[in-house]
Design a protein. Structure first.
Length: 486
């Protein structure tokens, strides 16, 4: 049985309370690891180690040296690429090609991208007139914010954790990482990398556990944590915001979404079908940026539904490393039950089930896995639960539309505002529609295409703040002004 301990002050340690919990495989529901559940005392020890590092070797390190170490972190991840791929597949059950081509390479890249940002982004400076005519020089100075609590999700655990840890460390902060209890493997593996390349003890800490009355609550309520960054569901974000209000600590949230995909009749049809298929079904639909609402212009509606149905029915389920497998399970039995409850609710509300709606026939040990079918519905009103509420599974509802005004109104009729994907060959329309959709990121004729230098985040109930490129510096540093009288 694999034993995963907390990583505190450069060492792997069992929980001081002795408490542990089981980690099950999403593929066959077997117990594959025992995880140490961090206590309040463990969190306190990690906070003290992180603060000591801030005032010690890490805090006094030159930017050039720190940037060099982060490059070494990325290189060591790449050297141990197969280990990270294997760990992420064990955690999530998702196919090997997704890990090799997206999640692990992007995770490594996060360290180099943000190391480059901190090297190359200037601060402001102004010459200021004064009454005596001598003037003054004002300039900006960026300093680390301090100890950052990083609460990361299970759907793309390594990628989304390093998306926060990379810029936090580049800016000179130290971190306490609380990975999801469902996916602890790569966060622990990164601890080995940190030690290998010489990141000082206390800079990177990992505390495993759950939310309430566990590691999540202990981190977010600890007064020694200076800021909290979180990716996950909106309900959890609200609880973290309440905890962060004690001490008026800064927060950055990327939360839920009920994202719309819009396909106009003039779109490149095959590209649009492929794009919507990816956005609705990649990672078994467990993507915050995924598309659960699809609006297709009426002249191509029937043709589009038929084409998307064919692609959804062509997936091959199985273990991540099995030949030809391109579709994995949901993360847990609990999440499988949640998604299936929405599948049943859609039928109760009168949906036409175009395809899917249940559990695929699996054989042997895989019959115990958390698999569900990619599912497409039509025929529901905009008020239906599966059209309004985030499901976070491989499903979408497709509706026809007739006018641009109509589809913009429908796309915006949600409490969320994370992303949208729009398919059209009309450039004027692309600019016009994207400007009117109330989301943090709009893709045109693409989806999940990211330049890590650009702003990323949501509006409304989908988040607070922006990350990416220079925008991450706004959260992970404090900007001071220095005024020198000449």
């Amino acid at each position: 049985m694999l034993q995963i301990d907390n990583f505190i002050n450069g060492s792997f340690k069992a929980a001081s309370s002795g408490r542990r919990f089981d980690k099950r495989s999403p593929v066959d529901n077997k117990i594959i690891a025992s995880i140490a559940e961090a206590s309040a005392a463990d969190v306190d020890e990690a906070v003290k180690a992180a603060r000591a590092a801030l005032h010690g070797e890490w805090g006094s390190m030159s930017q050039e040296t720190r940037v060099g170490l982060l490059y070494e972190v990325a290189d060591e991840i790449t050297r141990r690429f197969d280990d990270f791929v294997a760990a992420e597949m064990e955690d999530t059950g998702q196919p090997e090609h997704v890990m090799k081509h997206v999640f692990i390479p992007r995770g490594a890249a996060n360290f180099k991208v943000f190391a480059d940002v901190i090297k190359n982004v200037p601060t402001e400076s102004f010459m200021t007139d004064t009454p005596d005519g001598r003037g003054a020089l004002n300039y900006g100075l960026r300093v680390p914010k301090g100890v950052i609590g990083v609460i990361s999700p299970w759907n793309a655990p390594f990628l989304l954790m390093t998306w926060k840890v990379g810029p936090a460390l580049a800016c000179g902060n130290t971190v306490l990482v609380k990975p999801s209890e469902e996916t602890p493997f790569t966060a622990a593996l990164l601890g080995e990398v940190m030690n290998k390349v010489g990141i000082p003890a206390g800079v990177y800490n990992v505390l495993n556990g759950f939310g309430p009355n566990s590691a999540g609550e202990f981190i977010t309520s600890h007064p020694g944590v200076d800021a909290i960054t979180f990716t996950g569901e909106t309900r959890t974000g609200s609880a973290i915001m309440k905890a962060a209000s004690e001490g008026t600590r800064d927060v950055s949230f990327e939360m839920g979404g009920k994202n719309a995909g819009i396909v106009f009749a003039d779109a490149d049809f095959d590209a649009a079908v492929d794009g919507i298929f990816r956005s609705a079904f990649l990672n078994t639909g467990q993507v915050c940026l995924g598309t659960e609402r699809v609006y297709v212009e009426r002249p191509i509606f029937d043709k589009f539904v038929t084409a998307l149905k064919a692609k959804a029915e062509s997936v091959k389920f199985g273990r991540p490393t099995d030949a030809g497998v391109n579709y994995g399970p949901l993360i847990s039995r609990e999440h499988q039950n949640k998604v299936l409850s929405y599948y049943n609710k859609a039928v109760e509300e009168g949906a036409t089930v175009v395809t899917g709606g249940g559990v695929p026939q699996m054989e042997g040990e895989l019959a115990e896995g958390n698999f569900v079918q990619p599912t497409i519905w039509t025929g529901l009103p905009e008020t239906a639960a599966v059209v309004k509420e985030e499901i976070f599974g491989p499903c979408c509802h497709i509706s026809p539309f007739d006018t641009e005004e109509e589809v913009v109104a429908k796309a915006n009729d949600t409490e969320y505002g994370l992303s949208t994907t729009i398919w059209t060959t009309n450039l004027n329309r692309a600019h016009r529609v994207t400007a009117r959709i109330d989301v943090g990121i709009s893709w045109v004729n693409s989806w999940f295409l990211r330049d890590l230098r650009t702003a990323f985040g949501g509006t409304k109930q989908s988040g607070i703040g922006r990350e990416g490129g220079v925008h991450s510096l706004e959260f992970y540093t404090e900007l001071r002004n220095v005024c020198i009288k000449l």
